[in-house]
Design a binder for this molecule. Sequence first.
Ligand SMILES: Nc1ncnc2c1ncn2[C@@H]1O[C@H](COP(=O)(O)OP(=O)(O)O)[C@@H](O)[C@H]1O
Ligand SMILES: O=P(O)(O)OC[C@H](O)CO
Length: 503
Amino acid sequence: MPRLIAAIDQGTTSSRCILFDASGSPVSVSQLEHRQIYPRPGWVEHDALEIWRRVSDVIHGAMSRANATAADIAGVGITNQRETTVVWDRRTGLPLTHAIVWQDTRTRDLCNELSADGGQNRFRQQTGLPMATYFSGPKLRWMLENVDGLRDAAEQGDALFGTIDSWLIWHLTGGPDGGAHVTDVTNAGRTMLMDLASLDWDDELLKVMRVPRQMLPRIVPSLDRASWGMTRRDGPFGGEIPVCGCLGDQHAAMLGQTCFTPGESKNTYGTGCFMLLHTGEKPVVSTRGLLTTLAYKLGDEPACYALEGSVAVAGSLVQWVRDNLGMIADSTEIESLARSVPDNGDVYFVPAFAGLFAPHWRSDARGTIVGLTGFANKGHIARAVLEATAFQTLDVLDAMRQDCGLDLKVLRVDGGMAANELLMQFQADLLGVPVVRPVVTETTALGAAYAAGLATGFWKNTDDLQRNWRAAKQWEPQMKSSDRRRLHERWKQAVERSLGWER
Ligand SMILES: Nc1ncnc2c1ncn2[C@@H]1O[C@H](COP(=O)(O)OP(=O)(O)O)[C@@H](O)[C@H]1O
Ligand SMILES: O=P(O)(O)OC[C@H](O)CO
């Protein structure tokens, strides 16, 4: 009798495999980083083969730590960094070029060209997305136009496209020997090629992005009782297990946080920071710079939608301070450094390294630190670094409030940066809303496990999942509203200064 569910969480900086038991508790974890490749300013690439190898290694690691065999695992769920674009050869299983990562801005001119006719919101009605470098469609068009032989191979059906979920599922279920070529609705919804209402590839968008349909994966729900394929016997699990759950990482975190009711919201503080608000069974098109996205689609049930505020740079700014400035040796040290000063000393850091995402969508913005005086020290910079994430979240929440009259009661948080107590208190202060962190903060992996567990009957229904959710810590807002307003005004001035720097 299988006692566990396996989740593979393939993130921007690392890959994890976590095995969960029936109470939704992690039983074993294995994690490995992969290279970030920066060939030019603004370009960010991953080696998809390296990612597949890391994923295979973490599967081995988690299985051996739990002393588990394939017979112990009821199902496999996948969750992944979204939008990152992979093309590979169906015959060899090898990538045809480096993957273009979601943060990469090389398609800026292409996006400007595509929005010349109809503006940035040209495809917002169909896709819920503004025209921006973030999404996969323009990245795929760039590849088709710049990688030698790719278009011919795609037209002949030899080159396949997928986001990381597709790439991993294809390899797990057989690779060149009949691997399943699928993607779930939450991932497909980030390509700018899928129609939000029909949940199918859209012919007009395929034409605009010049994408041959035969290279695209089949779009499936976020979980499937029939499963998309079994893990191969000679693969990293060492036996056959149904692969039957799949969601983009932010959508998986909605499941992991059990946000199943319209009005519920979670914010994940990882490399970037992504707040999603459940809006029910009908897509709400934003007028304030938020994305309309799928929350999840559980098998045959109707799809649920969400509004999303995507912030490109959050934890990665802490990493930048660690790796590029050498101010700290480990990400966790940022907290004690920030606590060495009582406030930000009027220093603000706008981390527009990849332009500014929600709610601004300005690819011409660049990173800036303002307010420096001879008084400012490392502590003030550290504070400004942490506060930048909280201010960006406030901008997103304000947009949600304006878009749909949201009256948020509590914000559920997770992700690596949610371990930072100073940030969480400041976040509650700025939003004026309690912030709550659950016992299991690996909500992304947990959400993928929940999808696979619901598909296989390991968990019966969403009530089972809700019973697993438990709060570990809550932060109450303590700041005076006049202070909140003053700080927010200063932040907005800093943002103004970052706009238009890139010409
Ligand atoms: N205590 C901390 N304070 C601030 N940032 C942190 C802390 N711990 C981790 N981080 C940041 O969180 C990020 C890792 O979070 P994680 O959820 O694992 O990210 P991802 O899934 O995007 O790879 C890193 O960017 C790291 O710098
Ligand atoms: O890898 P993460 O957790 O920063 O998530 C990346 C997002 O999915 C990008 O849209």
